[in-house]
Design a protein around this ligand. Structure first.
Ligand code: HEM
Length: 469
């Protein structure tokens, strides 16, 4: 008999732990974080049961890396997004993912990402202007402001803009609204364990609602791809487009660039672009939210960032260039420490195609694993201050764990986040604008978390802004 990992307490006959999935999203996070704690305290592997299915939660750093680099398929839960994202990188089966990732990797090289920095400046400038109405007043919810800037930046750099279309802003807003509805419907299915089974899902009202919103999202992207393609055919990729995009080519244009020899079908391009927007939108936004609350809670950290911004950039109006970004070393440390403690995507799923040998257990083909990135980021290898916000640790290699996979916010192994460098550039640029213009206040001790597809503060956790003179 093979030894089996400990089962998380509270499993009931037939339904297993499914009853833990019910309730509000903050309750869901409490259970999720408790499973991670139990897992860390009990050898790093734990069984969690959803009805008849067993899911193995992993927190051990070596076991996580083994699974990350041997199991490239995603478990059934990712299929909930398949009707929209299908062969997009997040949901694609391993065999498709391998070839598509190879084609897409070059589109995320530093040279191309650097061309997006000007657009990040444009959006960040707009954000600090919008925030002016909140300065000097009571604390307020910054999330709606961040939602807009993240959506606009991601949409423009991924899909681009059509300078002839006066409805651009409306299209972006419509897309954001539909995406919000789609996210909520995915969470609804995740929590309603009986709807995991296609037989119940196919009869449900949720299916009808999801199909309607998927149609809206697909239509928006398909229309733009069609227009763009015909423009490119007629050589209409004009100076006015370049002007409107500050000279960069959107990811859509890069993917269409091959003309007749284009490597993906139009539908594959749509799936990739919709995936890129979904993968970046919420993760980037919550990172900015947590970073601002944390910076507002630690005045010494804020002073040090401000000094660095003065030294590297100077006054609040100066553009942040691609040459400035690597010099913002302390700001980068603050962002990484934010990602470590408040890991936006606290878990990822994998499924084994053949037997997997971990340190203490062997699992057969077809096993579902959940890798707790949250637990990895809080592993004891980070030191006695593992649960404290200490950006300084990133400034000295001696104060970082020897294991390079201990920092798992962007996932680990070959199927990690393709957008991590663009995310860092965007977040750095945006914070550089906000923190040069305003002094931020916040209180991380008041923040309670909730978990849907990402970890986020429960609505109502606010920051305050004072204009710097
Ligand atoms: C702070 C921001 C971000 C965080 C914390 C983050 C985190 C992650 C994580 C944990 C994964 C693994 C997901 C899984 O396997 O289920 C992932 C994958 C991915 N991310 Fe990000 N991400 C961020 C920003 C972005 C951005 C800006 C983009 C696009 C421009 C992006 C695109 C993707 C894609 C396409 C994948 C799938 C990669 C693959 O399977 O090959 N992400 N990200």
């Amino acid at each position: 008999r093979q030894p089996s990992p400990p089962v998380y307490p509270g499993a009931l006959p037939i339904i297993g732990h499914a009853h833990h999935m019910l309730g509000g999203l903050s309750q869901l996070w409490q259970v999720e974080s408790d499973v991670y704690r139990f897992c860390m305290e009990n050898g790093g592997v734990t069984e969690f049961r959803l009805g008849p299915r067993s899911i193995y939660v992993l927190a051990d750093l070596d076991d996580c890396l083994t699974v990350a680099n041997t199991c490239f398929d995603k478990p059934y839960i990712y299929d909930f997004g398949k009707k929209l994202y299908d062969r997009g990188l997040v949901t694609a089966p391993a065999v498709i993912w391998k070839s598509h990732r190879k084609i897409l990797n070059p589109a995320f090289n530093q040279q191309i990402l650097n061309t997006f920095v000007q657009e990040y400046n444009v959006q960040a400038r707009r954000l600090v202007t919008e925030l002016a109405s909140e300065a000097g007043k009571d604390q307020f919810d910054v999330v709606p402001y961040l939602k807009n800037i993240v959506l606009r930046s991601v949409y423009k750099t991924m899909i681009g803009v059509n300078p002839k279309d006066e409805n651009q802003e409306r299209i972006i807003t419509d897309y954001g609204r539909a995406l919000g509805i789609f996210y909520a419907s995915m969470v609804e299915r995740l929590q309603s364990v009986w709807l995991h089974l296609p037989v119940f899902y196919n009869m449900s009202d949720l299916k009808k609602r999801q199909e309607a919103v998927i149609k809206t999202l697909k239509n928006l992207s398909q229309t733009i791809i069609r227009i763009r393609k015909s423009e490119l055919k007629q050589n209409l990729y004009s100076d006015s487009t370049k002007e409107a995009t500050s000279g960069y080519k959107s990811m859509l244009d890069l993917l269409l660039d091959g003309g007749e020899n284009q490597e993906f079908t139009d539908e594959e391009i749509r799936e990739h672009l919709d995936t890129l927007i979904a993968a970046s939108f919420d993760t980037t936004r919550v990172t900015l939210t947590f970073a601002l609350i944390l910076i507002g809670s630690y005045p010494d950290v804020q002073t040090r960032i401000w000094k660095e911004l003065q030294e590297v950039l100077g006054g609040p109006e100066k553009d942040v260039t691609r040459h400035d970004l690597p010099k913002l070393v302390y700001l980068e440390a603050v962002i990484k420490e934010t990602l470590r403690l408040y890991t936006p995507a606290p878990k990822i799923g994998r499924c084994s195609q053949s037997a997997v040998q971990l340190k203490d257990y062997t699992f057969p083909a077809g096993t579902t694993f959940i890798l707790s990135l949250y637990a990895m980021n809080r592993n004891p290898v980070w030191g006695a201050d593992v649960n404290e916000f200490n950006p300084e640790r990133w400034l000295n290699p001696d104060t970082l764990p020897d294991n390079p996979n201990a920092f798992a916010a962007f996932s680990i192994g070959k199927r990690n986040c393709i957008g991590k460098h663009s995310a860092m550039k965007f977040i750095k640029t945006t914070l550089a604008y906000i923190l040069r213009r305003y002094r931020v206040t916040g209180n991380i001790k008041n923040v309670q978390c909730q978990s849907d597809l990402v970890l986020k503060p429960i609505i109502g956790h606010h920051i305050g802004l004072q204009l710097r003179t």
